[in-house]
Ligand binder design. Sequence first.
Ligand code: F6P
Length: 551
Amino acid sequence: MINRIDLKEWQALVNHQHHIANHHMRDWFTEDPERSSRYTLECGEILLDYSRNRITHDTIALLCNLAHAVQLTHQIEALFTGQPVNRTEDRPALHTVLRNQNHTALYVKGENITLQIKKSQEKIGDFVNQVHAHKWTGVTGKPISHIVSIGIGGSHLGPMMCTHALQEYAVTDLNIHYISSVDDTHLNEILQKIDPEATLFIISSKSFLTIETLTNAQTILTWMQSKLGNDALKRHFIAVTAAPEKAIQFGVPEENIFPLWTSIGGRYSIWSAIGLPLVLLIGNKNFSDFLRGAHAMDEHFRQADFAENMPVLLAMLSIWYTNFFDCKAHAIVPYTHRLKYFIPYLQQAEMESNGKSMGLNGHKLNYATSPVIFGGEGCDGQHAYHQLLHQGQHLIPVDFILTGNLSSNHSLHHQHQNILIASCLSQAQALMQGKTYHEAYANLLATPLSPSLCAELAHHQMVPGNKPSNILFLQRISPKNIGALIALYEHKVFVQSVIWNINPFDQWGVELGKQLLPNILQCIQDTGKRENTCSIPVELIHHIKNVKGQA
Ligand code: F6P
């Protein structure tokens, strides 16, 4: 297979970049008053304004040519039809099937996977109804008022992000808590807040092997048994896993186990029973809307022409900056508190998927893949790292995410919301237009400073501008729109992976740390003066053990 950078479509982009690299977006906006509407796209209740990018009509056409050259349409079909797109693990990636509530039959290795999914969704629905109706109680008969989710990575970030995002859609007053890291400081904090008789623990682990999750689960189980005896397992522990036999071995009754499938990647699993904490909070109907929103984005992704296709455009713009402008990072800045946890969620979705150096053909890649994803809630970032975005030496594209109403029945705090929206738009505009030396000098001349000092200071106050950003505007935070937003980014990641010719569904790098851990743990635990047998320098191990010994 021809190397991506040798494709004529790739080379055409290299040439095009040389041609437009010195153009300033400010001039394009002056020359073309329609630019903003020309580069705006809507899908359902999500609007994407991508006019503040270093692109022309030709750029989009050339990026689409590249997407066609790598047979993106064919790859999208392969994803949706259950082909083994996860090639290094010889599996399909079936997350889109989970949100297709038409339950169209899909056979994978002779089995109709949609039937199993439907059955699992019915089990989730029944269980949630029982908890909400107080028919599912603790062993002492108390109704459930606390849910503690124990999981990490893809078994944690999605539910945590979504329960925070959709709090206005809660149909119960259940308190949802999350424990992910093995640091027992957090675990102890949570245990202080809950009533064991009224708490349900959900152990979420696709593999049921993850040391953080299993250690936390075991500690909690021991704590619960000390409070409520061995019956605690029956009414207080649920497992979501693709390895039911391991959950049973742990002690979770079979009927308390919700299935997952190996073909659902952890970071793509919020649509499955991994979403249980979310369903418990927002109820079955809202969860169904959440799936519907994602499915609508799936349909758009599958059907729209590339130049009108939101996930394809987001992906190709990222390719444009990563591979043709040498950008190393990408900022995600939601101007809404409800999307605070969207950043860590996307860090896993993008970096665990596309942080790869090996092509599908087994050759080391000679072009860049996933940029570093970082960011934070809007406004806060303005008073922290945005300075670097404006005047630093790195070119960092930004996705700003804005919302209208929080929910249909939420009373708007107009002044706060207006300032929030204006802040976001000011940042996007400032990044794009910048401030010239002459503008800075003219502003300074209006002050009592001497002209020579003004001339000097103007160098510091000029802002180059020409910094790219997208604005994603969600009409409201709602289950449907959050579902669509997540699916949008999932598909963006998939398109990038096709362009880069990598597998976005494996994560072999993460495995190495897991493999080294047992031996290092053994060294830390050893109390005697046995020889150091792990890969960590003996001095550091001794120092840590000495300090621990003194504690
Ligand atoms: O971080 C590595 C990883 O394997 C993720 O891909 C996964 O989401 C996470 O660990 C948790 O894995 P599990 O659900 O098997 O506990």
